[in-house]
Write a protein that binds this ligand. Sequence first.
Ligand code: KG4
Ligand code: ZN
Length: 357
Amino acid sequence: MPLLAIETTCDETAAAVIDRSRRVLSSVVASQDDLHARWRGVVPEVASRAHVERIIPVIDEAVTRAGVSKESLVAVAVAVRPGLVGSLLVGLCAAKGIAAVLGVPLVGYDHIAAHLYACRLAHPERIRYPCVGLVASGGHTSLFHLHGPLELERLGGTIDDAAGEAFDKAAALLGLGYPGGPWIERVAAGGNPAAHRFPRPLVNDRERLDLSFSGLKTALRYRVRPPASPFGAAPAAGPSLDPPLPTGQALADLAASFQQAVVDAIVAKVDLALARTGCRVLAVGGGVTANAALRGALESLGRKRRIDVLIPPRELCTDNAAMGAIAWERLERGEDDGLELDVTPGTDRSAARRPSP
Ligand code: KG4
Ligand code: ZN
């Protein structure tokens, strides 16, 4: 009695088949990284067109790999917020079509809540509510007090860039590839995280659970290419006088120091959220939580505070449709959005990953 989940919030076209016991029978993700790499960020129109081309093959593949027939699907679930409006609509249209033809319930779900539900999939015996939730991805970096899988109370988060966006832009500044997080992580492995002291904005503010990454990005920019002195001579016309991009150990040290600053800032606010709520469980999700340095730092915070830290395997941290299993929580409450279901993209900076300037 499985459901089909569809995920097209940003630049991954994904479908999964999950049975009522939350067993993932199949999970297929078609990444668009190659299409967006030259822009070093997601171009919304390119993303939605690619979703149109891929959505049906991805769904077919998910159903085939699950070894079930389409007729055996008991519901269709689709991520309806937050995300890029064009991308979301492709998933919604596909979901509506399948639900209508099969005559089964159609259930929308929240992508952010689903990132945290990946902890329920990975650690069903350990998840407990209330708990603290951290979502760190390309579009979001937020802390929640989770009263249940669907009951998210936002405690705070970034006031400017998301952590993943900072990784993507830092990688661009360092001349690395896209998406930036895995590149920075790889290069940082040979670097000294204490080589550069980058800012950790707001970490000493014990009143607010807010984070900020835009100043860190600027600090890296000036470390890579120091600004011209306002008192110096005007630059001569002709070829750029910019110093060459760092390579070798210098590059590794910059990447490692940048990564450490992001990790320290996130861990400080997670620590504060745990202290404030008194929760004994931390659930994390989103692409940035695939980062080994962040995972290690959260685990050591857990040991220090003697709390249980739930971190999904990497493939469940980045965007996927298996986490659409959260729709079972709504179905079990008898909820069905029907064909009136619509998307709610969200309008602020958190809804999209902008390309680098
Ligand atoms: O959750 P996700 O797949 O998509 C969104 O919902 O945004 O997150 C993608 C983000 C990208 O910014 C990417 O650079 C970052 O997650 N990311 C990482 C790592 N893997 C992906 N950041 C740091 N370290 C990683 N290993
Ligand atoms: Zn995501």
